[in-house]
Design a protein around this ligand. Structure first.
Ligand SMILES: [Zn+2]
Length: 406
């Protein structure tokens, strides 16, 4: 059985879906031309997890949002002399092409925040009614000081630590409308030229955190089995999401497993737009074959922070070649290759152990090499079917003809 480690608890726990389906929510992109290898690592890691859940017979509902109402969107659209909607459409189109090129399955629901305003307003209104949030001059804020449950899934020890991290990540502590510097915005007045919607607090637009709470609730209900995103979203984004969702629904927990993908660095530094060291998704897709990119990503545990190295790619291409050859080889015969169930078991054990995809790759290579080393007169059909299915869990694609003659 699959065991996972949630960010907010120690140790692994088995994933036992409560309902008939496993609900997965992954925070998606702000579509303004910065989708980089770090995003791909997040989306590819969750793609492997979802493929594995489906391989194990689970029905999965996968939701990934598009943050199209956001400060960065407005700024970039202005710079380009275009509208934020045109920018979003263009960039989401590019993202979909990149994901498809890498065989990263698209989510079942791919909602844009701008299309979810009603659900967002319902949530904000309820939080104000409960006394959890307050309106001030056309803005609405969550009252953090009054809520002792604020903080998880982050493990930040106290208020000062939370404020320091929030300030690094876009908080506006000096906003005179706030009761407390750590209060976060649920609804805000739009600046001139920005999109706006009518609301009980005046024309405005939603804050970022409430967008994800509303979309998760709409598509997955009050409890999400697995909530993912990059590790830079743990605080404040996911702490804000969790607290407001649990207050709104009255149901705990909002999330059964928080899974956070590690940051991908370049030469030891975090990739960021400001440092100018982004490896953009579309450039990567143009440069390397998709299977090699998928192997380079899956060769790191989802929680690991790691350095992207172009120098790793030849090895990935070599592994890809081993899989392709093993799926094509035809020793021909009646004696089944020995030990296939044991190979399979070891591969599944790697996935079951908190999605250890790099170990799974090595065990898949063991199976592929055993197929290639099979003497004439061996039936490798069963081994090839296992290899095809389980390389498929990693998102690798090989021509169908390879095992079709079985
Ligand atoms: Zn989110």
């Amino acid at each position: 059985m699959l065991e996972l480690t949630s960010t907010d608890t120690d140790g692994r726990r088995p994933l036992e879906p409560v309902g008939g389906r496993v609900g997965v929510y992954v925070c998606g992109v702000t579509p303004y031309d910065t989708t980089h290898v770090g995003h791909l690592f997040t989306f590819a890691s969750f793609d492997v997890l979802i493929r594995y859940l489906r391989y194990r017979g689970h029905a999965v509902t996968y939701v990934q949002n598009v943050t199209d109402v956001d400060d960065d969107m407005m700024r970039k659209a202005k710079e380009l002399g275009t509208t934020w909607t045109a920018l979003a459409d263009d960039q989401v189109g590019q993202l979909v092409r990149d994901l498809q090129a890498l065989n990263i399955a698209l989510p079942d629901h791919f909602p844009k925040a701008s299309e979810q305003i009603e659900g967002i307003q319902t949530m904000v209104e309820a939080l104000v009614r409960q006394g959890r949030a307050y309106a001030a001059n056309g803005n609405v804020y969550y009252d953090v000081r009054a809520d002792t449950t604020f903080g998880p899934p982050s493990d930040l020890p106290d208020y000062a630590a939370m404020l320091a991290v929030a300030n690094e990540r876009g908080n506006t502590p000096g906003d005179p409308n706030k009761r407390d510097p750590l209060d976060f915005v649920l609804w805000q007045q739009s600046a001139p030229g920005e999109p706006w919607w009518e609301s009980p607090w005046g024309p405005g637009r939603p804050g970022w955190h409430i967008e994800c709470s509303a979309m998760a609730y709409r598509y997955l209900g009050p409890t999400v089995d697995i909530h993912g995103g990059g590790s830079d979203l743990i605080f404040p984004h996911h702490a804000c999401e969790r607290v407001q969702s649990e207050r709104f629904t009255g149901v705990r927990p909002f999330v059964r497993f928080w899974l956070h993908a590690g940051m991908v660095r370049l030469a030891g530094e975090k990739m960021s737009k400001s440092l100018g060291n982004l490896i953009l998704a579309r450039n990567l897709v143009e440069e390397y074959p998709p299977n090699a990119i998928r192997l380079a990503l899956a060769n790191h545990h989802y929680r690991e922070a790691w350095d992207w190295e172009d120098a790793d790619l030849p090895t990935m291409q070599e592994w890809d070649r081993v899989f392709a050859e093993a799926l094509l080889t035809r020793p021909g015969g009646a004696t089944p290759l020995a030990g296939v169930p044991a190979f399979q078991e070891r591969i599944l054990a790697a996935f079951d152990g908190d999605m250890n995809s790099s170990a799974a790759i090595q065990r898949l290579l063991d199976l592929a090499r055993a197929v290639l080393a099979a003497p004439a007169g061996t039936d490798v059909g069963g081994a090839q079917r296992a290899l095809r299915d389980l390389t498929g869990v990693l998102g690798l694609r090989y021509p169908e003809t390879a095992t079709a003659s079985r």
